[in-house]
Design a protein around this ligand. Structure first.
Ligand SMILES: Cc1cc2nc3c(=O)[nH]c(=O)nc-3n(C[C@H](O)[C@H](O)[C@H](O)COP(=O)(O)O)c2cc1C
Length: 166
């Protein structure tokens, strides 16, 4: 018997993860200097009903990582098929992410998407380390639905709900 856990083959690991379909979110916040930041995340999940908690995992190598670490609040925008292109922009390092997009501002001036399938306004409740990512746990203080169906992400591509993968 060995006390060492065998390393999983990385490409098999990635492929296994890609077999799990998810929704897509754009997670946004406002930095101390008033600058807007955000990233696309499929790692969003509900965590607790009472208190109302959600989570999203953020790569430590993300340019926006320090801003989210210092943030008091963030917003989770659940992406619709019409926002798939925008989600790719928010997944692109160095992109001008907030240009020409009609974001709304909440009372703390954090950006949210009016046409998102759902929007959750969160207080940063806890940050839990998780390997090369951290788990951002948000306490939801406001939520709304609307704007249509969410899009799904499966094997590296977007699918509408009910659409068959190629
Ligand atoms: C569909 C999709 C889902 C993603 N999910 C995550 C995620 O859950 N967590 C994460 O840290 N990065 C995720 N990424 C990658 C980030 O969006 C991307 O690296 C982003 O540019 C990081 O922010 P930065 O531009 O500030 O570095 C995802 C990308 C795509 C296309």
């Amino acid at each position: 018997m060995t006390d060492r856990v065998e390393e999983v083959d990385r490409s098999v690991f990635r492929s296994a993860l890609a077999s799990f379909p998810s929704g897509v979110t754009i997670v946004t916040t406002r930095g101390e200097a008033g600058t807007l930041h955000g990233f696309t995340a499929s790692s969003f999940a509900s965590l607790s009903l009472d208190p109302p908690l959600v989570l999203v995992c953020l790569d430590r190598r993300a340019d926006c990582f320090p801003v989210f670490m210092a943030a008091e609040r963030f917003v989770v925008n659940v992406v619709t098929p019409a926002q798939a292109e925008l989600a790719m922009r928010f997944a692109t390092k160095g992109a001008d992410k907030f240009a020409h997009v009609g974001f709304e501002s909440d009372e703390e001036r954090h950006p949210s998407l009016p046409d998102a399938a759902a929007v959750l306004h969160c207080e940063l409740h806890q940050v839990v380390p998780g390997g090369d990512h951290v788990i951002l746990i948000g306490r939801v203080h406001e939520a709304r639905t609307g704007g249509g169906e969410p899009v799904t992400w499966y094997r590296g591509g977007f699918l509408r709900l009910g659409e068959r993968a190629a």
